[in-house]
Design a protein around this ligand. Structure first.
Ligand code: ADP
Length: 334
């Protein structure tokens, strides 16, 4: 996997855990989400009741898992983590739900990928803190209702629109996470550098931030690679020159585009003349699932002003052509 992928690397779990903000006050950026969440949590604490279920949406690496853990920490509640694809049968979910203790925060990552029968069980659990366990088959089957301890579900998804209506409606609070701007990423980097004991200058942090694809996970990863380079090739201090040289060695694009972003742009421009082209055709051309192209690559390409979604399909902007070192075709005179 390439160094600027927004998805976690396999061996990255421990280091990510050590860099995770533990409290809301340490969580950088997303000011609106933070403020709203603060009110939700404080009012729950005052009423001494678990808060409403929370849905967090946004591209990978922006801090959804961190925020879910913070919710539990701020409430002083235990935390449990699972994911939609891990819950294959309703029975798996029933077992998990009945084992929750009062006030526990259950985090379900990629909740839009939960199996349908499990999702239906979740409706009643979220609404009434109850599940029906079906015993037996056919006409003799009976539903045994089981009370659950009141809990808070925190669901994460790349886009709220991927959830079915009934599931989405059962969340009392929905927060959308957006890409971070360069200042916010600099802040994330300065904090991480302190935790890792790396010395980094303001310019050094700025250089890394501008190539981090608006994503804290990528910023933290690039910081570690640049630190390695600084230790081996320089005197250990991450200056903008060191960051610049290191990122050139790791082939990190000035905009931080990863392999999938580049493949999408390349196909759009070189194979489809800049579009418009349908997203399914584009996905086939880069050998990825439509969902990955739409949820992982496109949001950042749109935000970076390289790709536009039009009713007729995806279109490369002139900036995309320039980024690939090509001249955009002169605009067609209608
Ligand atoms: P997601 O669940 O959205 O994929 P994570 O919560 O796993 O993202 O975040 C990935 C990494 O990025 C974490 O290890 C954390 O160190 C860092 N991170 C994310 N958001 C922030 C933030 N707002 N402030 C500081 N670090 C952050």
């Amino acid at each position: 996997r390439d160094v600027v992928s927004p998805l976690p690397e396999v061996d990255e779990t421990d280091i990510e855990a050590s860099l995770r903000p533990k409290h809301l006050s340490e969580f950088v950026g997303q000011p609106k989400v933070r403020e709203q969440l603060q009110v939700v949590l404080e009012s729950a604490l005052r009423r001494n009741r678990p808060p409403d279920h929370v849905l967090l949406s946004g591209p990978p690496g922006l801090g959804k898992t961190s925020l879910a853990m913070i919710i539990a920490a701020e409430l002083g509640a235990p935390f449990r983590l699972t994911s939609g694809p891990a819950i294959e049968r309703a029975g798996d979910l029933a077992a998990l739900l009945t084992s929750l203790t009062e006030g526990e925060v259950l985090f379900i990552d990629e909740i839009h990928r939960i199996a349908r029968p499990a999702e239906e069980l979740l409706y009643m659990a979220m609404e009434d803190f109850r599940v029906d366990i079906i015993v037996g088959k056919g006409p003799g089957a009976t539903a045994i209702p089981l009370e659950l301890a009141p809990f808070t579900l925190v669901g994460a998804t790349t886009r709220a629109g991927l959830l079915t209506g009934p599931l989405r409606d059962r969340f009392g609070f929905t927060a959308h996470m957006d890409f971070y701007d360069t200042d916010e990423l600099e802040h994330v980097l300065t904090r991480s550098a302190q935790l890792l004991g790396v010395s980094v200058t303001g310019d050094g942090a700025a250089e890394i931030a501008s190539r981090s694809r608006g994503t804290p996970r990528i910023a933290n990863r690039l910081l570690r690679r640049v630190r390695d380079f600084a230790e081996v090739r320089a005197d250990g201090v991450v200056t903008s020159q060191v960051a610049h040289d290191a990122l050139a060695v790791y082939d990190v694009d000035e905009l931080g585009l990863d392999r999938l972003d580049k493949a999408v742009l390349d196909a759009l421009v070189r194979r489809f003349g800049g579009g418009p082209v349908g997203v399914s055709t584009l996905a086939v051309a880069v050998g990825e699932e439509i969902e990955t192209v739409e949820e992982v690559a496109e949001p950042f390409l749109v935000r970076a002003g390289l790709l536009a979604r039009t009713p007729r399909g995806r279109v490369a902007t002139p900036a995309a052509w320039h980024h690939l070192g090509l001249t955009p075709p002169s605009s067609p005179s209608a």
